[in-house]
Design a protein around this ligand. Structure first.
Ligand code: GLY
Ligand code: MN
Length: 481
């Protein structure tokens, strides 16, 4: 929709127009206060803030939500707050407000907590009084109603102040750590202390490693919805073969389920048919889907809570694996099963990858494939990297690749603990132009990925609603169709 005057504007505000126009918008509006329930995760977020307070006594901690990113000209991408901000506020879905900033201010005994955010667009003669109908980026009649400051305070159980008051609040000279790169105004206000800021990033990531019961319940929901998306795809798989860009049909089918379920996607859907399956993050999704080929679907629903699933299945488009496709799938299945069997509290984080790679190595050896380009120092788990390409899993949570800022000693070099949630996703990828493998293998890519929570005695598969083995996959596809 263009400015009424027809002029192009770069400030993303409708022109003020003659005074008579402003008069039209003055008064005559009903009171529409919201009575919002307290966000279900608020009490858990309060505990996490207490952990931050305990770790950084006497220091101010500043965690911005991040802001809007321009997609093109005067349209933005959908807003998705930073995961650390979500973790510490329990902010939900479309309620999240760009440019919000959580500040923990040191007090005598701990910290006071204030969320600086945009209020509901005011309607009146004061500052921002015309925002509600003129401001295309933030105005209520353009992008929808935000909560008032007191509604936000009630919903999140946090003291709330106007974002416009942030400069003043950060003015007092106190040692300050900032989650940087999310809010240019905050970054400019507080001089960086690289080591201190890096410690904050690591701490916030590590705080998310062990999920609490509320998070595990959200991850269960996210994975359940992800499983439903896979079923939708299988139901519509033959329709995909009738479109030149069938991968887009697959993507759209899964994404509809994601949007219905919550915020959207944890990452862009990977709908990789035929040799595209050999590209780990094939998100172009512009190819055909043909009977006789495999479809590698790697996708995750992100709920309003912003927790995401991350599941992969490699499906025979026509419903039946060929002999060679099944051979590859069986080996990846065996590798994944070995990886899953290695999940238990106290096991080194890397054990599941090592177990999966051992099975892959034995299987490829049995097929007569030899490690290519190995050297004496190649670690055992990397011997066949040309065909496995990447690690066999990662922590899962608010980010698909969760807790990425954690130190090695807390993550990849640590042991599994109850409450860790992670994926196990070995794969084999024989590039279509790889002359080191028999021609029949070229262009076949298979990955099987499931999501697990580590329990006190082992691991629970959250995505067990989907079949894993080739036989089960074929039977499932036949039943869903
Ligand atoms: N599902 C995408 C990834 O784990 O990299
Ligand atoms: Mn993954």
């Amino acid at each position: 929709m263009a400015d009424q005057s027809g002029a192009r504007r770069t400030d993303r505000k409708e022109s003020e127009g003659p005074a008579a126009v402003a008069d039209q918008f003055r008064g005559g509006w009903a009171t529409t206060d919201l009575k919002l329930p307290v966000a279900p995760g608020a009490a858990y977020a309060a505990k996490r803030r207490a952990a931050v307070s305990e770790r950084f006594p006497g220091e101010r901690i500043v965690i911005p939500s991040g802001g809007l990113k321009v997609r093109s000209n005067d349209f933005d991408y959908a807003f998705r707050p930073h995961s650390a901000f979500v973790h510490l506020t329990a902010e939900q879905g479309t309620q999240a407000v760009p440019d919000s900033v959580l500040v923990l201010e040191p007090t005598g005994s701990g910290h006071s907590v204030t969320l600086f955010t945009r209020p509901r667009s005011p309607r009146g003669d004061g500052p921002n009084g015309t925002e509600f109908y003129r401001d295309r980026r933030h105005g209520e009649f353009w992008i929808g109603r935000r909560r008032t400051l007191s509604e936000t305070a009630d919903a999140l159980g946090i003291e709330v102040a106007a974002r416009d008051d942030l400069e003043q609040a950060l003015g007092r000279s106190v040692p300050t750590r900032v989650l940087r790169g999310e809010d240019g105004r905050v970054d400019a206000l507080v001089p960086p202390i690289p080591q201190a800021d890096a410690e904050l990033v690591a701490f916030l990531s590590e705080l998310r490693l062990v999920k609490d019961e509320w998070e595990i319940a959200r991850l269960r929901e996210a994975v359940d919805c992800t499983v439903a998306g896979f079923t939708d795809v299988v139901s519509g798989l033959q329709e995909a073969t009738r479109h030149a860009r069938g991968e887009r049909w697959i993507e759209g089918t899964f994404n509809r389920r994601a949007r219905l379920g919550g915020h959207g996607l944890g990452f862009d859907t990977i709908a990789a048919a035929g040799p595209h399956a050999c590209v780990l993050h094939w998100m172009r999704n512009d190819g055909p889907v043909r009977n006789g080929d495999l479809l590698l679907l790697d996708a995750g629903v992100e709920l309003d809570s912003f927790y995401t699933g991350d599941v992969t299945r490699t499906l025979p488009v026509g419903g039946h694996f060929t002999e060679v496709q099944r051979r590859v799938h069986d080996l990846v299945f065996a590798a994944q099963s070995a990886g899953i069997a290695a999940l238990r509290p106290g096991a080194p984080y890397g054990a599941f990858h090592d177990a999966a790679m051992r099975v892959i190595a034995e299987g490829l050896d049995a097929w007569g494939l030899r490690p290519y380009g190995r050297t004496a120092s190649t670690p055992a788990a990397d011997l066949y990297r040309r065909y496995t390409l990447c690690g066999s899993g990662h922590m899962l949570g608010l980010d698909c690749h969760d807790c990425a800022g954690a130190r090695d000693e807390a993550y990849s070099a640590a042991v599994l603990q109850p409450g860790h949630v992670l994926t196990v996703e070995p794969g084999l990828y024989f590039q279509p132009d790889d002359l080191t493998v028999p021609a029949e293998l070229r262009g076949i890519g298979v990955r099987i990925e499931d999501d697990f929570v580590i329990t006190s005695s082992g691991a629970e598969c959250l995505s067990s609603g989907l079949p894993r083995s080739a036989e089960e996959v074929e039977a499932w596809m036949a039943s869903v169709r």
